[in-house]
Design a protein around this ligand. Sequence first.
Ligand SMILES: Nc1ncnc2c1ncn2[C@@H]1O[C@H](COP(=O)(O)OP(=O)(O)OP(=O)(O)O)[C@@H](O)[C@H]1O
Length: 237
Amino acid sequence: MLAVAGLGKSFGGLKAVSDVSFTVMPGEIFGIIGPNGAGKTTLFNCLSGLLPLSAGTVHLDGRRIDGLRPHEICRLGLARTFQIVRPFHGMSVLENVKVAAFARHPASAAAEQHARLALGRVGMAHLADLDAERLSVAEMRRLEIARAIATEPRLLLLDEMLAGLTATEAAALCEQIRRINAEGVTIMMVEHSVPIISELCGNAIVLNFGEMLASGATRAVLDDAQVQEAYLGSAAS
Ligand SMILES: Nc1ncnc2c1ncn2[C@@H]1O[C@H](COP(=O)(O)OP(=O)(O)OP(=O)(O)O)[C@@H](O)[C@H]1O
């Protein structure tokens, strides 16, 4: 579904992402792990068209998408969430999702109907009329997912959706992510929590200082000696 080859991104002299290649298969939940500053968000920014690549190519279902603008990539079926959720000021939860639904449904009534469906899919239908800025952290994350799925993606990139949540909130959101995946949306997720990546992701890559340290089946990736040393050893201590 997604084929990334030799992707690189530099900021001046800093190589934030360097020669990263991997393939995401339709229907999977694919993990991206790595320490702070490893280049995970930069990778997402490159895939979703927010940043131009310095090197490499990205294909979505066989079609080259690097060089396209974010709204064009979104229309082709790739949506992403942001680590820091910023709802539109002064708008209700429903209006926030409706803005995203306009990407596929230019008529207001249709956009609203699809926004309500997206809110239902993340268990937030009852909060539709609330001022979005009054949501809790966990609800903000669900709003962010609703905004992304309102664009009707086939591939959804989730950037650290579970950070800062209580164990109960994280478990509920994991369940939600599984459900969205079971409904036919392929998922790529950046996550720091190794247990969560192990539980949700069949395959994963590990980034370290912008370079790909390991890729493949999550279990094998987490057992990799270099990964243990660079990341998990320090994370476990
Ligand atoms: N717009 C930018 N301009 C300059 N440097 C940047 C920019 N965005 C990211 N960087 C740098 O690129 C490197 C990778 O950052 P990135 O945010 O992608 O890492 P990350 O793995 O997502 O980290 P975290 O887990 O903390 O979110 C860091 O050294 C960061 O300072």
